[in-house]
Design a protein around this ligand. Structure first.
Ligand code: C2O
Ligand code: CU
Ligand code: CU
Length: 479
């Protein structure tokens, strides 16, 4: 039975081993990868331990501190880590939970913790307005919104230093669960994608901004040639033939955009930044820009004992002047290894995942234009003392985000989810909740947003961290 047919006819979705996607098999020549040989199982970050016994309350402790950790096997180096691990522990909560995070800054410099994609009070957003001094602490307190179940992440957001601190190791996942998850019961895997660059001695290569490489990093955003999944290089993820896994993928890279494909088979794209779609969509590859998340259903379409590779296909987001020489290389991300056991019976996945309310364009009270040029928004660098946009709580607006330069810029808004209306005037038909949208070179993306939530000052910015740190950011004030 054909997947698409099953979806169209509204029947349950049956997984047929070795059927759909087999014709997609393409042979790709792989350049030798230095770490591909080491069999390293996929590790999953620990879950932040809830020390509250009150139902509906999650109370955790998080510390950012210096540490010595071997990011590359056998080469311990100086890093920053949340609770001593890279990535940091996962914050796992449920819709409606009251969350209290006791944060302590053990770093030698100011930091914040930003809960990327969450709708929360402005004083809990961890924006550059609320730095936490070295040795000081801050309690982040918020309630998890209904309908926000999905995959998010947390990271530092201090003025001008986000890229540095994230490169040093500060990032972690957030999983918000719903009581009525239509995919409950399907085994889950968290995949936090990051990359980094090292000197020959295994220390982090963070060049002086004035050096030639520093200048290229400022232009492109800093990319590394070593790709990590949950802090491991080219790990192996076991799967059983016939099984289905739900992958929550987070792009925590400063600038690398992932174009993911699973060699020899298709993927079921079931959700993005703000949780599940209304219906699954079968795709051959998927683009995940910086700070975006995707949820995928991966079917164990391979034979018992076989292997396949999750790959990052080349994606040209660059201007020609600074495009890296190896940009057109396909990179291996992870090995999917089939157990020798006989295939499981095909699993059933619902054809409808949920209903996403449509934001009503007739309610729009303001239309704004956000012009992104290199390092600037509407021709200006961020000034924390300037408010770029004033808006009213409870109203709906359309933002037209125009990229007028020759490289991609992923646009992110704090505090509120939006829906993408169109790209270059072409309507986007698959409805979803987004907090980040990639705006390719010379393209215009229109999004609609309803400011349901909290008053205060909210950042919007390019999520290439080097651009953000340079001030490619603006401030929205809601009253
Ligand atoms: Cu991922 Cu302003 O944040
Ligand atoms: Cu954010
Ligand atoms: Cu940018």
């Amino acid at each position: 039975m054909d997947c698409r047919l099953a979806l169209l006819t509204g029947l349950a979705w049956f997984v047929v081993v070795g059927n759909v996607g087999a014709q997609e098999h393409r042979v790709r020549l792989q350049p030798p990868r230095p770490f591909a040989a080491a069999p390293d199982p996929l590790s999953t970050p620990s879950i932040l331990q809830n020390r509250s016994t009150i139902p509906g309350v999650v109370e955790v402790t998080l510390t950012a501190a210096t540490a010595r950790i071997a990011l590359l096997p056998g080469a311990p180096t100086d890093v920053f880590a949340y609770n001593g691990s890279i990535p940091g522990p996962t914050l796992e909560v449920h819709e409606g939970d009251r969350v209290i995070i006791h944060f302590h800054n053990g770093l030698p410099e100011p930091t914040t913790v930003h809960w990327h994609g969450l709708n929360l009070p402005a004083n809990a957003d961890g924006s550059p307005y609320d730095p936490v001094a070295p040795g000081a602490g801050h309690d982040y307190v918020f309630t998890v919104g209904r309908g926000t179940a999905g995959t998010y992440w947390y990271h530092p957001h201090p003025d001008g230093r986000s890229g540095y601190q994230i490169a040093k190791g500060l990032f972690g996942a957030i999983i918000i669960r719903a009581a009525d998850d239509p995919l409950a019961g399907i085994p889950e895997r968290l995949l936090i994608l990051s990359d980094n660059r090292f000197r020959p001695d295994g220390s982090l290569d963070l060049p002086d901004p004035d050096s030639p490489q520093g200048q290229i990093d400022m232009e492109n955003g800093r990319e590394g040639d070593v790709l990590f999944v949950n802090g491991r290089v080219m790990p192996t993820l076991p799967i059983r033939s016939g099984a289905v896994q739900r992958w929550r993928v987070i792009n925590a890279s400063a600038a690398r955009v992932y174009r993911l494909t699973l060699a020899g088979q298709t993927l079921m794209h079931v959700g993005d930044d703000g949780g599940l779609f209304e219906q699954p969509a079968e795709v051959h590859e998927i683009l995940v820009a910086n700070s975006e998340r995707v949820e995928l259903l991966v079917r164990g379409a391979g034979q018992p004992g076989s292997r396949t590779t999750l790959q990052d296909l080349p994606y040209d987001r660059y201007v020609p002047q600074t495009r890296p020489a190896d940009w057109n290389q396909t990179r291996d991300v992870l090995t999917l290894a089939y157990a020798p056991d006989p295939p499981l019976a095909p699993a059933v996945v619902p054809a409808t995942l949920r209903v996403i309310p449509v934001l009503d364009t007739t309610q729009v009270v303001a239309r704004r234009v956000v012009v992104m040029s290199q390092g600037l928004i509407n021709g200006m660098a961020m000034d924390m003392n300037r408010i770029d946009f004033h808006a009213q709580l409870g109203t709906t607006e359309i933002w037209e985000i125009e990229n007028v330069v020759g490289m991609d810029h992923p646009f992110h808004l704090h505090g509120f989810h939006f829906q993408v209306l169109d790209r270059n005037g072409v309507p986007v038909t698959r409805r979803s909740w987004k907090d980040t949208v990639n705006v390719p070179r010379h393209e215009t993306v229109r999004v609609i947003v309803r400011f349901d939530g909290y008053p205060g000052k909210w950042m919007f910015h390019c999520h290439i961290l080097d651009h953000e740190d340079q001030g490619m950011m603006g401030v929205l004030e809601l009253k």
